[in-house]
Design a protein around this ligand. Structure first.
Ligand code: KIV
Length: 289
């Protein structure tokens, strides 16, 4: 049975949309309605027009122009070398290919750490490139930035847990929030960002129970990556789930090309697995509680 024939009907159309049946454009209002309805949000990274168009056609709810492009597209060892100009370029490319998915762009390292004014100017550049929401990493010091952006009409996605732009400070790509104190700090950061108006929160590499607790408390939509199955949605790096990333991949990644006749089918299978709750599989990937 193909992924297409088992595609679930979702709140805003079938998860196997084709060009013949264009979806309604995704909005923040609709994303909130998905949370209310208990429907999982499927997100993938997209860095160019071709992948954005394909992911949109496959029913992906949200596209993330992630600074992970520095690793999977540019071949760097981290996301740190990615510049704002490069993010603007890739956001423009993805926006041209996208028709209906919600488009989020990462503020790259060095483009918002300086001041609120710098964060606003960088976010304006990404929004003018076609983003509908910007994502920034970290808690505490990012709260005034998030509040300033939201006050200016710029939707904000926060990112907590393993924040790749801080990889050197964190001592590598490792699970965050394991002990009680670290977990409490993460919960406080999430709460403060939610109060500042962040409408979405990516939780990366945190224990499943902690991600579930933050998801219940956060007023917006939580998206997990390596954070178990109890967030409101999931995200993966496209190259990881297509198994075209160089070198080893994180343990939580599933290769959706296995058994898929095409890239489109693999992405449809991902959407289907997220929507039906069969990805991620905590038993297979061994999430810590
Ligand atoms: O840059 C990126 O792709 C990300 C995801 C891993 C969430 O931030």
């Amino acid at each position: 049975m193909s992924a297409e024939s088992t595609a679930p009907q979702t709140l805003y159309g079938s998860a196997s949309n084709s060009d013949a049946a264009p979806r309604k454009p995704m909005t923040l209002h609709r994303l909130r309605a998905l949370r209310e309805a208990g429907e999982k949000v499927a997100m993938l990274t997209a860095y160019d027009a071709a992948s954005a168009s394909l992911l949109d056609a496959a029913g992906v709810d949200c596209l993330l122009v992630g600074d992970s492009l520095g690793m999977v597209m540019q071949g760097h060892a981290s996301t740190l070398p990615v510049t704002l100009e490069q993010m603007v370029y890739h956001t423009q490319c993805a926006a041209r290919g996208n028709r209906s998915a919600w488009l989020i762009a990462d503020l790259p390292f060095g483009s918002y750490q300086g001041s609120v004014e710098q964060a606003i100017a960088s976010s304006v550049a990404l929004m003018q490139a076609g983003a509908q929401m910007i994502k920034l990493e970290g808690g505490g010091w990012t709260v005034p930035l998030a509040a300033a952006l939201v006050a200016r009409g710029i939707p904000v996605c926060a990112h907590l847990g393993l924040t790749p732009q801080s990889v050197h400070a964190l001592g590598g790509y490792r699970i965050q929030g394991r002990d009680a104190q670290a977990a409490d700090t993460l919960r406080q950061h999430a709460s403060d960002l939610g109060a500042a108006g962040a409408a979405m929160l990516v939780l990366e590499l945190v224990p499943s129970d902690l991600a579930a607790r933050i998801s219940a408390e956060f007023p917006g939509i939580t998206i997990g990556i390596g954070a178990g199955s109890r967030t409101h949605g999931q995200v993966l790096v496209l190259h990881d789930m297509l198994d075209i990333t160089r070198g080893p991949k994180p343990r939580f990644v599933r290769n959706f090309m296995l058994g898929a006749p095409s890239v489109l089918d693999a992405v449809r299978a991902y959407v289907h697995a997220v929507k039906t709750g069969t990805f991620p599989d905590e038993a297979v990937h061994g999430y810590t509680a």
